[in-house]
Design a protein around this ligand. Structure first.
Ligand code: HXC
Length: 259
């Protein structure tokens, strides 16, 4: 079935796929259907050998203004428990390929959390990041208190979560939340440029390196170092390792295949 709230753009030549959130009339509010479509698209692209890096974007006005408040408003705690919307997020988190969020305009609540579940964030000058759930009587539920705090530190995270204040792209860059800022007419191009640079590397090495960096967030240093070493050794079972090192010795560009 064709998705209704997302658009998937795929160019085999570049190995970069792009999922665009597409509920512009609601500032891309993340209703359950959109999140299910996003999860399914990510699973498909993660399994597609032609795809090496995935970009998630919204539009110029909004990456996503959060979970859909109208859909949540009348729910009871038991409804929320039964719907279990965060299981979708658990699946998204398992995406092995590098994910880049291309953010313009609002990235609020679940929108900010979705950007933060990605591995890198490219923002337009108009991007605004915030966790305003406190203003509607709740709090972040999809990683906002954890990923934001790890990215920007306690002081700013506490302020954003407790006051709902939005931060600008410049403040987000200074705080370490995002990777780079581009003019609004170029931010998507900038995200594609970054994605293409990564897509030229060994896709196996990229997946295993991503896995190892993420390990730093939920393991001790010793465990993380051990995990890193195992992945490093494992890559010596790949053709890409032989190709990469041989190409260096032969002073030519490597042609990685993902095997
Ligand atoms: C449902 C939303 C929405 C949302 C905006 N819209 N955000 N609908 N859920 N999160 C809708 C509006 O109702 C409106 O629809 C249309 O999008 C345009 O929004 P406006 O408010 O008219 O635009 P503007 O005046 O420019 O203000 C933009 C805004 C504001 C500052 C982003 O919309 C806003 O504060 N939105 C809510 C942000 C928020 O609280 N997010 C956290 C949600 S809780 P109509 O039909 O009137 O035109 C959350 C929990 C996460 O994310 C849990 C994990 C998933």
């Amino acid at each position: 079935m064709q998705p209704e709230h997302i658009i998937v753009h795929q160019q085999a030549a570049t190995h970069v796929a792009h999922i665009q959130l597409n509920r512009p009339q609601a500032l891309n509010a993340l209703n359950l259907q959109l999140m299910t479509e996003l999860k399914t698209a990510l699973q498909t692209l993660d399994a597609d050998e032609q795809v090496r890096v995935i970009i998630i974007s919204g539009n110029e006005k909004a990456f996503a203004a959060g979970a859909d408040i109208t859909q949540m408003a009348g729910k009871s705690a038991i409804d929320m428990y039964n719907i279990d919307q965060f299981s979708t997020w658990d699946t998204i988190k398992k995406t092995k390929k590098p994910l880049i969020a291309a953010v313009s305009g609002f990235a609020l609540g679940g929108g900010c959390e979705l950007a933060m579940i990605c591995d890198m964030i490219v923002a337009s000058e108009t991007a605004r990041f915030g966790q305003p759930e406190i203003k509607i009587g709740v709090m972040p539920g999809a990683g906002g208190t954890q990923r934001l705090t790890r990215a920007v530190g306690k002081a700013l995270a506490m302020e954003m979560v407790l006051t709902g204040r939005f931060i600008t792209a410049t403040e987000a860059l200074q705080a370490g939340l995002i990777n780079r800022i581009a003019p609004v007419e170029l931010y998507l191009e900038e995200a594609v440029k970054l994605a293409s640079e990564i897509a030229a590397m060994s896709p196996l090495a990229a997946k295993m390196a991503k896995e190892a960096v993420l390990k730093a967030f939920d393991s001790s240093l010793e465990e993380g170092l051990h995990f890193e070493r195992k992945n490093f050794y494992l890559l010596f079972a790949s053709e890409d390792q032989q190709e990469g090192m041989q190409a260096f010795i032969e002073k030519r560009a490597p042609a990685f295949k993902g095997r």
